[in-house]
Write a protein that binds this ligand. Structure first.
Ligand code: ZN
Length: 225
């Protein structure tokens, strides 16, 4: 097998994986219409695989995923890539440990984003997955590097794999695209529960030492060995 064949195999696998993960966005009701997307880095190559722009979730196939370089230029694909490609490419360039990026406007998380208010760490699930509050990033509009820069600046100083971009929505990252989707799902769930708690009073914050212990256990011990 040549090196070129090896890339082909990897890209084909990621096309199926990225396409399939979009089903989780609709399953957990994180998206409406075509507004939300998943991408994956092609490990060892300056490439990413991402949803095509404006194509309905029901019409996504592995074949219509788009392969771009890490400056958002199309390398392989019949469709234009997601309008969030530049922001996600920026994240892959700046954060080599990131293997997947997800963007949604999921309702409860985006409601917090509209108030530019971080989701406080008042649940064990918040400590487990986010290691603290879910932070807010700057207000930024599509058209230059400002969304990507805002994601990177906010998440570089945080244990959280998700950021609430001000007045916009959620960007989640992970070592894999699947992990990034999980972070997006958990972000919405935590945002919803804390919102509900707020209706009845003031949720009690977890102490920093409790947050540290929960985060460490969940990240390092929990799950299948
Ligand atoms: Zn958006």
């Amino acid at each position: 097998m040549t090196v070129v064949d090896d890339v082909r195999t990897t890209v084909a696998t990621l096309r199926r994986e990225v396409c399939g993960l979009h089903e989780q966005l609709t399953r957990y009701q994180l998206v409406v219409w075509t507004a939300g997307n998943v991408s994956a880095r092609v490990p060892g190559h300056q490439l990413l695989v991402i949803k095509p722009s404006g194509v309905a979730y029901d019409d996504l196939t592995p074949e219509n995923m788009v392969v771009c370089d890490l400056h958002g230029r199309v390398v392989e694909g019949e469709h234009a890539p997601s309008s969030d490609t530049d922001a996600q490419a920026y994240v892959y360039r700046a954060m080599p440990e990131v293997g997947g990026v997800v963007h949604t406007h999921s309702t409860y998380a985006t409601a917090w984003a509209s108030r530019r208010e971080p989701v406080p760490c008042v649940l064990t699930m918040g400590a487990d997955e986010f290691g603290g509050e879910i932070p807010v990033g700057p207000f930024a509009v599509i058209g230059d590097d400002s969304i990507g820069r805002g994601i990177v600046e906010t998440l570089s100083g945080s244990r959280s794999p998700a950021v609430l971009m001000a007045n916009h929505g959620v960007f989640a990252i992970g070592p894999t695209a699947r992990a990034a989707v999980k972070a997006a799902v958990m972000c919405e769930d935590v945002a919803r529960t804390v919102h509900v708690a707020r209706q009845l009073g003031d949720p009690v914050p977890l102490a920093p030492a409790q947050v540290d212990a929960l985060f460490d256990r969940y990240q390092n011990v929990y799950g299948q060995r």
